[in-house]
Design a protein around this ligand. Structure first.
Ligand code: BES
Ligand code: ZN
Length: 460
């Protein structure tokens, strides 16, 4: 039997154990956003570190002012062998609202070939399948075809604040020829996908102050500007009638001809399935662009949260003192998050009505990213995915953000490839998140295959 076949047989033979171990990982509520989960988040870091160690990697856990960074290294591939950096995150989003989960978020359950749990897909399942692919190589052949550094962080879902300086401070240790990431999705079941771009993010908060304290809406209403009304006007000014973003200068740096536009036609988009997946009554967006274009190559300005006045049971006649909105702009190449934040703030100040005071805060940001879709890395990725799925890959833009990707490329000088195994409707960040059992196994197979494919890879 060839080395290749033996590795792939090992993956099939160990299917049940690989799944049981992932379940253990998923039971740890490593919610990075919540201070009281700090201990659990550390436990997840230690858990994944221990699994990397038993797979055969040399493991170190690096404390930060936030959550720990876990490194797993294997550097015995011999002179001239390339070094591959594999990145993933062990933190997850909060599971709320809890009552909307069919089974509890941190009690993984299989239904209809899907593993339901917070983090199953984003990103514990996709991180762990890399660890299993490394284990499979090392268990069967006692070696890897390439040098490997695995870096697992615990702050991806909250902006990767401490990973950025860590990467800069350890650029020599993290030096590599390619960066491999599984934290995205496939365009459809059975359609292996390579990510062609990521949107970036400029995350803002608007605080509107009206009167010094809440007022009786009868005694004062109509004579004092209501901050909720002021905020509603500000928010309404973000889009024009064509649903273009009406912030001056917002589109200045948007790439008018994204490289992979031609490929978009190859991506199946079923409008009915899209409505079913979102539960929204209508597809909506910028006039002149298709749904796929709106998601892949166009920026957004989106309210993520709103707060003002009385929202409890029944009614209370009150004129609130304050109103607050969290707003994030997804941005595309070549928009810059800091510039967008500046333009956003200038716009809010310009349209804010007299009668309230307005504060604009910049919470966090991340740059957009565009893949190089030719070269040895993408070719190796496409062959590895084809080996597992038996189909040619599709190149897809990604609506979401992974701010460390452009940072990695810039600091380490190596290209990144996004090989993701989520599926449409996977409910990432929402109740009933799931990861396909089949994709967990095929993803492991594909990533094991990728290591074989990269044996003679040279950065171009
Ligand atoms: N896995 C996602 C990124 C993603 C989402 C890629 C959808 C492709 C499609 C990642 O875990 C994530 O959620 N990132 C955050 C980043 C933010 C907190 C800076 C995001 O996109 O909101
Ligand atoms: Zn996420």
């Amino acid at each position: 039997m060839s080395d290749r076949q033996a590795v792939h047989d090992y993956i099939v033979r160990n299917r049940q154990r690989f799944q049981d171990e992932l379940f253990e990982f998923l039971r740890i509520p490593s919610i990075s956003a919540v201070a009281e989960r700090k201990g659990d988040t550390r436990r997840a870091a230690e858990w994944i570190g221990e699994r990397m160690r038993t797979a055969g990697l040399e493991v170190s856990i690096h404390d930060t002012a936030g959550h720990p960074i876990v490194l797993g290294e294997w550097r015995q591939a011999g002179p001239g062998a390339p070094t591959i950096l594999i990145y993933g995150h062990y933190d997850v989003q909060p599971p709320e609202p809890l009552e909307l989960w069919t089974t509890p978020a941190f009690e993984p359950t299989i239904r209809n070939g899907r593993i339901y749990a917070r983090g199953s897909c984003d990103d514990k399942g996709q991180l762990y399948l890399h660890v299993k692919s490394l284990e499979s190589h090392l268990a069967v052949n006692g070696k890897l075809p390439v040098n490997v550094v695995v870096i697992a962080e615990g702050e991806e879902e909250v902006g990767s604040e401490h990973l950025m300086p860590f990467v800069r401070a350890h650029r020599d240790r993290l030096a590599c020829d390619a960066i491999v990431i599984s934290d995205t999705g496939m365009v459809g079941a059975g359609l292996p996908t390579i990510g062609a771009s990521l949107r970036g993010l400029a995350y803002m908060e608007i605080r509107v102050q009206g009167p010094a304290q809440d007022l009786h809406s009868g005694s004062y209403g109509g004579a004092v500007l209501n901050p909720a009304t002021a905020l509603a006007r500000i928010i309404a000014s973000f889009h024009d009638a064509q649903e273009h973003i009406a912030i001056a200068g917002f589109y200045d740096d948007v790439d008018p001809a994204p490289v992979f536009r031609a490929n978009m036609e190859r991506v199946p988009h079923d409008p009915a399935a899209f409505l079913e997946e979102t539960g929204s009554p209508l597809a909506w967006g910028e006039v002149g662009y298709s749904t796929v274009e709106r998601l892949w190559i166009r920026p957004t300005c989106e309210v993520n949260g709103l707060l003002s006045g009385y929202t409890g049971e029944g009614s209370k006649t009150v004129l609130p003192a304050k109103a607050m909105a969290k707003v994030s702009c997804r941005i595309v190449p070549d928009q810059d998050p800091a510039k967008i934040a500046r333009l956003f703030e200038a716009h809010v100040r310009k349209v804010a009505p007299a009668g309230v005071t307005v504060e604009v805060l910049e919470l966090h940001g991340g740059r957009p990213w565009r893949a190089r879709l030719e070269g040895a890395l993408v070719e190796a990725g496409a062959r590895a995915l084809k080996y597992a799925w038996g189909k040619d890959v599709v190149y897809a833009g990604e609506g979401g953000s992974i701010p460390i990707v452009p940072e990695f490329e810039e600091v380490l000088g190596a290209p990144a490839i996004l090989l993701g195994f989520g599926l449409p409707g996977e409910n990432a960040h929402a109740p009933d998140e799931w990861f396909s059992v089949e994709n967990y196994e095929l993803g492991t197979t594909a990533m094991a295959e990728l290591l074989f494919e990269l044996e003679h890879y040279q950065r171009s």
